[in-house]
Design a protein around this ligand. Sequence first.
Ligand code: PLP
Length: 232
Amino acid sequence: MKKTEIAKNLAAIKKDLKTAHLIAVTKYSPVEDVIAAYQAHHYDFGENRVQDLKEKADTFVKENLNKVRWHFIGHLQSNKVRELYKIPNLYAIHSVDSLSLLEELIKYENDFLGLELKIFFQVNTSHETEKSGFETAEELNRAIDLLMSRGNSKLKFYGLMTMGTIRTTEFEAEAMRCFRDLNLIARNLEKAHGLKEKLKLSMGMSQDYKLAIEAGSDFIRVGSAIFKSHHS
Ligand SMILES: *Cc1c(COP(=O)(O)O)cnc(C)c1O
């Protein structure tokens, strides 16, 4: 894709951000396009497969592009945890979707190269069966208790992530319901667990990021609206 087009798409989305941050999702994009975004001064990128992330991160190291912050946003298999931890400039995992995955992340924590890794728990607010994520408050509370009971951990409980409903005719209303739900869950958890810092909300994709910002998103994860040509 043309560099100028990527820069233009980034700028257009940034106008709507308010206090939210933009994660540019690169899962459909060749690394050249990701580098084009970096050269347009964008540094937060999201990938949903460990292998693809590793390849892109390796290229970034070779090219000395070290301001990058990598966000892992896809379903993470337990046997990929150690490989993920070795990725340079890994900044956050948005998709911790079960207690067993959290246990695995804790077990191998020392493999993580950095000082702090931000952890988002994924919540299945749409209740679609093909989506991952915590389904009940009880499960989520157990995971939070486990994560917070550990002093001196590199893993920081940072926020919650969700995706809006896909298969629906009431697309906007359903997305808004999911985003408002996540906001409410976060505010309740802050009280219940006596959290001093506000939990961050990771929600909103190309189709629905404007709604997500309206509902209080802190991190929108946008791929195709940046990296796919709009006039083809
Ligand atoms: C692919 C993906 C996105 C971005 O999707 P677009 O519709 O291309 O913006 C955001 N979040 C997750 C978890 C994804 O897998």
